[in-house]
Ligand binder design. Structure first.
Ligand code: HEC
Length: 172
Protein backbone atom coordinates (compact mmCIF):
# COMPACT_ATOMS: atom_id res chain seq x y z
CA UNK A 1 0.00 0.00 0.00
CA UNK A 2 2.84 2.34 0.97
CA UNK A 3 4.78 1.30 -2.13
CA UNK A 4 1.77 1.85 -4.32
CA UNK A 5 1.39 5.47 -3.13
CA UNK A 6 5.04 6.20 -3.85
CA UNK A 7 4.56 4.66 -7.28
CA UNK A 8 1.63 6.95 -8.05
CA UNK A 9 3.50 10.00 -6.87
CA UNK A 10 6.43 9.09 -9.05
CA UNK A 11 4.16 8.59 -12.00
CA UNK A 12 2.60 11.98 -11.35
CA UNK A 13 6.08 13.58 -11.24
CA UNK A 14 7.14 11.87 -14.41
CA UNK A 15 4.00 13.12 -16.16
CA UNK A 16 4.68 16.65 -14.94
CA UNK A 17 8.32 16.54 -16.09
CA UNK A 18 7.29 15.16 -19.48
CA UNK A 19 4.69 17.91 -19.83
CA UNK A 20 7.30 20.59 -18.95
CA UNK A 21 9.76 19.21 -21.48
CA UNK A 22 7.03 19.30 -24.12
CA UNK A 23 6.13 22.92 -23.30
CA UNK A 24 9.77 24.03 -23.42
CA UNK A 25 10.33 22.23 -26.73
CA UNK A 26 7.28 23.86 -28.33
CA UNK A 27 8.26 27.31 -27.01
CA UNK A 28 11.78 26.89 -28.43
CA UNK A 29 10.50 25.83 -31.82
CA UNK A 30 8.19 28.86 -31.89
CA UNK A 31 11.08 31.17 -30.93
CA UNK A 32 13.25 29.79 -33.73
CA UNK A 33 10.48 30.37 -36.24
CA UNK A 34 10.13 33.99 -35.15
CA UNK A 35 13.85 34.80 -35.56
CA UNK A 36 14.16 37.04 -38.66
CA UNK A 37 16.29 35.72 -41.50
CA UNK A 38 18.32 38.94 -41.97
CA UNK A 39 20.78 39.85 -39.20
CA UNK A 40 19.66 42.88 -37.25
CA UNK A 41 22.15 45.52 -36.10
CA UNK A 42 22.80 46.04 -32.39
CA UNK A 43 19.96 47.61 -30.43
CA UNK A 44 21.57 51.06 -30.43
CA UNK A 45 22.51 51.10 -34.16
CA UNK A 46 20.32 53.12 -36.50
CA UNK A 47 20.19 53.62 -40.25
CA UNK A 48 19.91 57.08 -41.79
CA UNK A 49 16.67 55.92 -43.43
CA UNK A 50 14.91 55.90 -40.04
CA UNK A 51 14.64 59.68 -39.45
CA UNK A 52 17.82 60.64 -37.58
CA UNK A 53 17.73 64.47 -37.91
CA UNK A 54 15.08 67.19 -37.70
CA UNK A 55 13.91 69.59 -40.40
CA UNK A 56 14.98 72.53 -38.20
CA UNK A 57 18.48 71.11 -37.93
CA UNK A 58 18.69 70.56 -41.71
CA UNK A 59 17.55 74.17 -42.23
CA UNK A 60 20.40 75.42 -40.01
CA UNK A 61 22.76 73.15 -41.96
CA UNK A 62 21.48 74.54 -45.24
CA UNK A 63 22.27 78.11 -44.17
CA UNK A 64 25.76 77.10 -43.07
CA UNK A 65 26.26 75.18 -46.30
CA UNK A 66 25.33 78.20 -48.42
CA UNK A 67 27.83 80.37 -46.52
CA UNK A 68 30.67 77.91 -46.04
CA UNK A 69 30.57 74.99 -48.47
CA UNK A 70 28.62 75.94 -51.57
CA UNK A 71 31.39 77.88 -53.31
CA UNK A 72 33.33 74.61 -53.69
CA UNK A 73 30.73 71.84 -53.52
CA UNK A 74 28.02 73.59 -55.57
CA UNK A 75 24.46 74.73 -55.01
CA UNK A 76 23.06 71.24 -55.57
CA UNK A 77 25.93 69.50 -53.73
CA UNK A 78 27.12 68.37 -57.14
CA UNK A 79 30.78 69.11 -56.41
CA UNK A 80 33.28 70.95 -58.57
CA UNK A 81 35.93 68.90 -60.37
CA UNK A 82 37.90 72.08 -61.17
CA UNK A 83 38.39 72.50 -57.39
CA UNK A 84 38.75 68.76 -56.77
CA UNK A 85 35.73 69.03 -54.47
CA UNK A 86 33.63 65.86 -54.63
CA UNK A 87 29.85 65.69 -54.88
CA UNK A 88 27.99 65.37 -51.59
CA UNK A 89 24.76 64.03 -53.06
CA UNK A 90 23.56 61.46 -55.52
CA UNK A 91 24.53 57.98 -56.65
CA UNK A 92 28.33 58.30 -56.46
CA UNK A 93 28.31 59.86 -53.01
CA UNK A 94 25.87 57.25 -51.68
CA UNK A 95 27.75 54.40 -53.30
CA UNK A 96 30.95 55.49 -51.59
CA UNK A 97 29.38 56.24 -48.22
CA UNK A 98 26.70 53.57 -47.76
CA UNK A 99 27.55 51.37 -44.81
CA UNK A 100 29.79 53.99 -43.19
CA UNK A 101 28.85 55.51 -39.88
CA UNK A 102 28.25 59.23 -39.50
CA UNK A 103 31.03 59.51 -36.90
CA UNK A 104 33.51 59.13 -39.72
CA UNK A 105 31.93 61.86 -41.86
CA UNK A 106 31.68 64.10 -38.78
CA UNK A 107 35.37 63.70 -37.93
CA UNK A 108 36.31 64.34 -41.55
CA UNK A 109 34.37 67.59 -41.58
CA UNK A 110 35.72 68.74 -38.20
CA UNK A 111 39.32 68.04 -39.21
CA UNK A 112 39.37 68.82 -42.94
CA UNK A 113 36.53 71.13 -44.05
CA UNK A 114 36.22 73.80 -45.31
CA UNK A 115 39.28 72.81 -47.32
CA UNK A 116 40.75 76.33 -47.25
CA UNK A 117 39.96 76.94 -43.57
CA UNK A 118 39.83 73.62 -41.69
CA UNK A 119 39.12 73.50 -37.97
CA UNK A 120 36.52 76.26 -38.09
CA UNK A 121 33.38 74.09 -37.90
CA UNK A 122 32.00 73.67 -34.39
CA UNK A 123 30.59 70.27 -33.31
CA UNK A 124 27.09 71.69 -33.71
CA UNK A 125 27.62 73.21 -37.17
CA UNK A 126 29.23 69.96 -38.37
CA UNK A 127 26.22 67.92 -37.15
CA UNK A 128 23.83 70.44 -38.72
CA UNK A 129 25.52 70.33 -42.12
CA UNK A 130 25.42 66.50 -42.03
CA UNK A 131 21.65 66.78 -41.41
CA UNK A 132 21.40 68.95 -44.54
CA UNK A 133 23.48 66.48 -46.58
CA UNK A 134 21.19 63.62 -45.44
CA UNK A 135 18.12 65.63 -46.35
CA UNK A 136 19.53 66.45 -49.78
CA UNK A 137 20.16 62.74 -50.31
CA UNK A 138 16.44 62.08 -49.64
CA UNK A 139 16.82 60.51 -46.21
CA UNK A 140 13.72 61.39 -44.15
CA UNK A 141 13.72 63.73 -41.15
CA UNK A 142 12.57 62.58 -37.73
CA UNK A 143 11.82 64.01 -34.30
CA UNK A 144 15.34 64.00 -32.80
CA UNK A 145 18.37 65.99 -33.92
CA UNK A 146 21.62 64.36 -34.89
CA UNK A 147 23.88 64.59 -31.83
CA UNK A 148 26.99 66.80 -32.13
CA UNK A 149 29.06 63.95 -30.76
CA UNK A 150 31.41 61.62 -32.67
CA UNK A 151 30.77 58.66 -30.35
CA UNK A 152 27.02 58.81 -30.75
CA UNK A 153 27.23 59.50 -34.48
CA UNK A 154 29.22 56.27 -34.81
CA UNK A 155 25.96 54.45 -34.05
CA UNK A 156 24.21 55.94 -37.08
CA UNK A 157 24.97 54.18 -40.36
CA UNK A 158 24.40 55.62 -43.83
CA UNK A 159 21.93 53.45 -45.75
CA UNK A 160 18.53 51.83 -45.89
CA UNK A 161 17.30 48.41 -44.79
CA UNK A 162 17.38 47.41 -48.47
CA UNK A 163 21.13 47.78 -48.66
CA UNK A 164 21.49 45.75 -45.46
CA UNK A 165 19.36 42.92 -46.80
CA UNK A 166 21.33 42.80 -50.01
CA UNK A 167 24.50 42.57 -47.93
CA UNK A 168 26.41 45.57 -49.31
CA UNK A 169 29.37 46.71 -47.29
CA UNK A 170 31.20 49.99 -46.94
CA UNK A 171 33.49 50.48 -49.87
CA UNK A 172 36.22 52.12 -47.79
C1 HEC B 1 37.72 75.79 -50.69
C2 HEC B 1 36.90 74.73 -51.22
C3 HEC B 1 36.10 73.88 -50.25
C4 HEC B 1 35.20 74.31 -49.31
C5 HEC B 1 34.83 75.73 -48.95
C6 HEC B 1 34.65 73.12 -48.73
N1 HEC B 1 35.20 72.00 -49.30
FE1 HEC B 1 34.73 70.07 -48.88
N2 HEC B 1 36.18 69.45 -50.15
C7 HEC B 1 37.00 70.27 -50.89
C8 HEC B 1 38.02 69.47 -51.53
C9 HEC B 1 39.13 70.00 -52.42
C10 HEC B 1 37.77 68.13 -51.14
C11 HEC B 1 38.60 66.90 -51.49
C12 HEC B 1 39.70 66.84 -50.45
C13 HEC B 1 40.58 65.62 -50.61
O1 HEC B 1 40.24 64.71 -51.31
O2 HEC B 1 41.63 65.65 -49.95
C14 HEC B 1 36.59 68.15 -50.30
C15 HEC B 1 36.02 67.02 -49.75
C16 HEC B 1 34.86 67.03 -48.99
C17 HEC B 1 34.16 65.86 -48.56
C18 HEC B 1 34.52 64.43 -48.89
C19 HEC B 1 33.88 64.16 -50.23
C20 HEC B 1 33.98 62.71 -50.67
O3 HEC B 1 34.24 62.51 -51.86
O4 HEC B 1 33.77 61.84 -49.87
C21 HEC B 1 33.11 66.28 -47.83
C22 HEC B 1 32.05 65.40 -47.17
C23 HEC B 1 33.14 67.72 -47.81
N3 HEC B 1 34.22 68.14 -48.52
C24 HEC B 1 32.22 68.52 -47.17
C25 HEC B 1 32.34 69.90 -47.07
C26 HEC B 1 31.46 70.71 -46.27
C27 HEC B 1 30.30 70.19 -45.46
C28 HEC B 1 31.90 71.99 -46.39
C29 HEC B 1 31.36 73.20 -45.68
C30 HEC B 1 31.45 73.17 -44.25
C31 HEC B 1 33.03 71.97 -47.29
N4 HEC B 1 33.27 70.68 -47.68
C32 HEC B 1 33.70 73.11 -47.73
C33 HEC B 1 36.88 71.62 -51.03
C34 HEC B 1 36.10 72.43 -50.23
Amino acid sequence: MFDLRIGRRRAAWLTLVAALILVVTIARAAAVEQTPAAPTPGPSMRLTSTGVYTDAQAARGEALYADTCQRCHGKSLEGDPSKNAGSLAGADFLKARTGQDLGRLYRYLIERMPDDDPGTLTPQTAADVIAYILKFNAFPSGKDELPADAGRLKLVVIGTSDHRKSGSRALR
